[in-house]
Design a protein around this ligand. Structure first.
Ligand code: EPZ
Length: 422
């Protein structure tokens, strides 16, 4: 198993490139199922999760090939096996987003229930509610979700809000299914994440008729068929936010390229409250910081609120703040696997249910630590870069799921990270 050996402290300085968005690519890859023929996606990052999604599409009957410059060609001419097997789905929770497009294209689908994961229970009741509302018969069989709509789907009004607000992949599933339903579908309390906007734009290019894109109310006029298209996925705002936190925590200056600040208003606002300089430039921004890190409070929420996927990274930053910060996790209340690991690095963090009090004390100390999920792992890399000494971050396969060449990008701007095999 591989680990990162990180020598700190370091100060990051220079140009860093953000890859295409993992969380836009995954539902868009699933959406390619809706149109027989070849869709060509650009700036799809080279990640484990993306490869797993490609494997899944091939199990369905698609042909998935990679071209130069992170291009991906998905030939969905033939879908002869509408089944998402446990072996693949258990490794990639996002596999659930083949449910909607397969139902719309084939009228039947069997997808293994995604297991839980380190950030908590991942129910799919909203996905099921929405697809049932469109007329699907859905049952559970031996750990699989079995969905059928032999006479096709019929548009209707659907309220898709759950106890934690909107659902990103729940919205994706229902949105994709609705594009080929008979009549009009209105999705209330739809997710507004930029990744859903990108998916909706991709679907409209394919011939779908979606309006209200980016709002909590999506209206979809069903069409008879969709056609394959070309599309460039949006930048990964979570990778960009991770780099912003890295510039701040190391008191450095990073020119972050291929980042869309309009996708990250809550993140930029929070950085500025902390005292970090964020200067928009063409195709990105320059993030720099010197002097004290101001303590702030963060509450994670669905977009446009502060993203849960950056909660852990900002916790590491606030460990160095000049006072106490309160972090409230309202999307995944148990998403705190990183708290124990940061404590091993002498962070002064106290967890009370879905709230963590970070008592800034201005110092993180190197230690061997264990990655547990994608974003918590990135947090440990940030902490290791600023801690005095050598930090070993184990189980970095979590990082490879969602960050493209993370150590290569960070070493190019001044980090000292070596990937080693234990
Ligand atoms: C997406 O997951 C992202 N993954 C997650 O990013 C991200 O953390 C999450 O959205 C929230 O922004 C991808 O896009 C591949 P949700 P998703 O459905 O869609 C509850 C990363 O690090 N809920 O929006 O699975 C759920 O338990 C990953 O890149 C229900 O109650 O998340 C949670 O509390 C981690 N019923 C809340 O809603 C449902 O049917 C938000 O979940 C579905 C969800």
């Amino acid at each position: 198993m591989q680990h990162f050996r990180i020598d700190g402290p370091c100060r990051l300085n220079g140009d860093i490139e953000v890859s295409g968005s993992k969380n836009a690519s995954l539902p868009i890859m699933a959406a390619a199922i809706l149109a027989p023929g070849k869709s060509i996606l650009k700036k799809v990052p080279n990640l484990v999760d993306i490869s797993l999604c490609g494997d899944l599409l091939e199990e369905l009957g698609c042909k998935v090939t990679r071209g130069p410059l992170n291009e991906m060609i998905i030939d969905a001419s033939v879908i002869d096996n509408p089944v998402g097997a446990y072996e693949t789905v258990s490794k990639l929770r996002a596999s659930i987003c083949i449910l909607g497009p397969l139902l719309a294209r084939c009228g039947k689908v069997r997808v293994s229930l995604p297991g839980g994961c380190a950030i908590g229970f991942r129910p799919i009741d909203l996905h099921v509610r929405g697809l049932r509302a469109l007329g699907a018969d859905i049952s559970m069989e031996y750990g699989d979700v079995v969905a059928e709509a032999p006479n096709g789907l019929v548009g209707t009004e659907i309220f898709l809000g759950g106890s934690f607000g909107s659902s990103v992949l729940g919205t994706a599933n229902v949105l994709m299914a609705a594009t080929l339903a008979k009549g009009t579908t209105v999705i209330e309390s739809a997710a507004c994440e930029p990744e859903i906007v990108d998916l909706a734009n991709f679907l409209n290019k394919m011939g779908a008729k979606i309006s209200g894109i980016g709002s909590p109310c999506l209206t979809i006029e069903g069409v008879k068929e969709l056609h394959p298209v070309g599309h460039e996925v949006i930048p990964d705002r979570i990778e960009a936010g991770t780099f912003m936190a890295a510039a701040a925590i190391t008191r450095g200056e990073l020119h972050i390229n291929n980042c869309n600040l309009s996708h990250m208003l809550a993140v930029v606002d929070k950085l500025r409250q902390i005292g970090v300089t964020v200067e928009p430039v063409e195709n990105g921004c320059v993030v720099s910081h010197e002097g004290p890190i101001r303590a702030v409070n963060i509450t994670t929420q669905p977009h446009p609120g502060f993203p849960t996927d950056l909660q852990a990274q900002f916790m590491a930053l606030l460990c160095l703040a000049d006072g106490n910060s309160i972090i409230v996790e309202k999307v995944f209340p148990n998403r705190f696997m990183h708290v124990a690991e940061l404590s091993r690095m002498s962070a002064n963090v106290t967890k009370e249910g879905s709230i963590v009090i970070v008592s800034g004390q201005g110092k993180l100390v190197a230690a061997p630590v264990m990655a547990s999920d994608l974003r918590a792992s990135a947090t440990l890399v940030l902490a290791g870069m600023v801690a005095e000494g050598t930090t070993i971050v184990q189980r970095i396969y979590h990082i490879d799921r969602g960050y493209e060449k993370l150590e290569v990008k960070l070493n190019a701007v001044g980090a000292n990270i070596i990937r080693e095999r234990a």
